[in-house]
Ligand binder design. Sequence first.
Ligand SMILES: CC(=O)N[C@@H](CCC[C@H](N)C(=O)O)C(=O)O
Length: 385
Amino acid sequence: MALTEEQLIQIRRHLHTIPELSMQEVKTHAYLLEVIKQFDKTNLEIKELPELPTALLVLVKGSNPKRNLGYRCDMDALPVTEENGLDYASKNPGVMHACGHDIHMTVGLGILNYFSEHQPLDNLVFFFQPAEEADSGGKVAYDLGAFTGDFHVDEFYGLHDNAQLKTGVIGCRNGTLFAGTTEVNVTIKGKSGHAAYPHLANDAVVIAANFIQQVQTVISRSIDPVKCGVITFGKMEAGVIRNVIAGSARLEGTIRGLTQDMIEFIRQRIREIAEGLEKSFNCEISVEYNQGGYYPVENNPALTKRFINYMKNNSQIDFEETEPKMTGEDFGYLINKIPGTMFWLGVDSKGALHSADFLPHEAAIKKGIDAMVGFLNYRMDLEED
Ligand SMILES: CC(=O)N[C@@H](CCC[C@H](N)C(=O)O)C(=O)O
């Protein structure tokens, strides 16, 4: 059955009602399977990964395959409470598709649906990926051997929606599209005590405040201003009541840079600042990093040149050359292993990505599907590698 635009929108809305956090995408996985099982299955083969049970791979067998082209979409949502007042709002309290992965999956399903009805020349491997926001589902799948045998991938493509681009615009650039990121967890150990006797305690809140202030100077004072970096601490926990000095504090943040060297430089400076504060406050500070698969998203030069040429020269597609962004993506890991191209799909949302009022325009779904179906058909017609 060929899905209509209206059916695709209903699928996206259903996905929007069942958002699930990274590595918990059980209902999402079941729903994707339910939808895919209604497609013409003549040329389809499904692969599951027992060690990553919410992942889903679907092979569409080509009629005269010269290569395997991969298409990846991510499945997980964020711990954000939706504030859009939609009649198809999240039914999972405190969890929301605030990064548009419901749109990503629907575009992926739409492309898969098209090729289940129109057998491609090459083989196509669709990867519905758990855990993009945390836990590096793409890396986990790769390391488990997801892309081997019939499911190997020669070229990988994937999109991310973009709140600032007009609906349906395809954005891309050759080189680095997204930053690399490293999660950073900081634990500060001071000494708790009575609010009235600060001299007998060692206030972890005051140390945490100093730490946050000082690490921001890494960005403003330690790195070349024409290069860039980000240090954001999105979570801070300390203390239990106003009149007890907190004996410990924990900060969770993310570091970003457009190159791996920048990420490593920022990590080193944060460690040095922590060591300095340990001495000046006579406390213990532990700093742990976890980069996982969030490598900078480096688009492959040859594939991306071809992709951009196709998008630019197609009168049905609005294309914009975009600047690099400090958003992270574990697709960076996959296209570090397998050549690939990541691109943006404009959804023109008033609310930004990761915010409670993120609201993508659904007309982007069909435009994304049409652009990618057109590109894949064009790519498969080419003799060259
Ligand atoms: C597209 C997007 O928003 N991706 C996330 C990736 C997060 C990576 C990692 N968990 C981190 O927080 O560093 C992003 O926040 O950019």
